[in-house]
Design a protein around this ligand. Structure first.
Ligand SMILES: [Zn+2]
Length: 108
């Protein structure tokens, strides 16, 4: 199972800084993309506008530096989260969901 645009995903790890992303909450996946830097991760858009560490809104075109690979890129104004924060929900079967949660937790 993998994340798909238009489908619901459950947050399995809360974000360190962005408290809008809450563990156990479900979000609709609006976009999946590679980041505009050198990191080899999949990024997920759940429709939140980008904010900085201070909680201030980040505008489209504002320059950001990836804290991981140090590349400077321009924000599209949206908040992208790495895919490890989410697990796909393909059915409402709770036992399957718990298995997914366990697998994800062991990978961390
Ligand atoms: Zn990066």
């Amino acid at each position: 199972m993998s994340l798909e645009v238009g489908k619901e995903a459950m947050c399995i790890i809360g974000h360190d800084q962005d408290t809008r992303l809450k563990k156990g909450s479900t979000y609709k996946v609006l976009g999946l993309s590679s980041p505009n830097c050198k990191c080899k991760v999949l990024m997920v858009d759940i429709g939140l506008s980008a904010i900085g560490a201070s909680g201030k809104r980040i505008r489209m075109g504002q320059k950001l530096r990836c804290t991981n690979c140090n590349i400077i890129f321009m924000s599209d104004g949206r908040q992208w989260f790495t895919e490890n924060h989410f697990a796909p929900i393909d059915s409402v079967d709770i036992s399957e969901l718990e298995e997914v949660l366990d697998e994800q937790i062991f990978k961390v």
